[in-house]
Design a protein around this ligand. Structure first.
Ligand SMILES: [Zn+2]
Ligand SMILES: [Zn+2]
Ligand SMILES: [Zn+2]
Length: 138
């Protein structure tokens, strides 16, 4: 088994040609992608299949959703061993106001967030906006 097959097996995801293609597409992307990015990359594929694949990946913590405030949901690959748990796995995201790309800052975990008793956090989105390293020329 190769790395991808092992990963899929560990998450109980059946391997299909489409899933492999989309996974590889996400791997080579350095920024978060929208559903239409995926649709454009796989023009011949059935849109419902693409959508379902991304949803499966999301349920199995292969990808996570990012709400970067642009109104369009973006997706990025999870790190190895990620379970998308609020306290341990969530990290900052950076949205560049110049190139409009959003990236994961996986090294920068979201710190513990205190909320009032009786409230239950299900998702936390922390997006920093500004100019990314490519655009700032560093
Ligand atoms: Zn995750
Ligand atoms: Zn940029
Ligand atoms: Zn991320």
């Amino acid at each position: 088994m190769n790395e991808i097959e092992k990963l899929f097996a560990s998450k109980n995801i059946r391997i299909t040609a489409m899933r492999l293609l989309i996974y590889k597409f996400l791997v080579q992307k350095e920024t978060a992608v929208t559903l239409s990015d995926i649709e454009n990359a796989f023009e011949r594929a059935d849109r419902t299949t693409l959508y379902r694949t991304i949803k499966t990946f999301e349920e199995k913590a292969i990808v996570h959703q990012i709400d970067d405030g642009t109104g369009i949901t973006k997706y990025a690959l999870c790190e190895q061993g990620c379970n998308c748990e609020i306290e341990t796995d969530l990290h900052l995201h950076f949205h560049c106001n110049n190139c409009n790309e959003t990236v994961c800052l996986t090294e920068y975990k979201i710190p513990h967030i205190n909320i009032p008793e009786g409230y239950m956090a299900e998702d936390v989105n922390l997006v920093v906006k500004g100019i990314c390293e490519k655009c700032s020329g560093h």
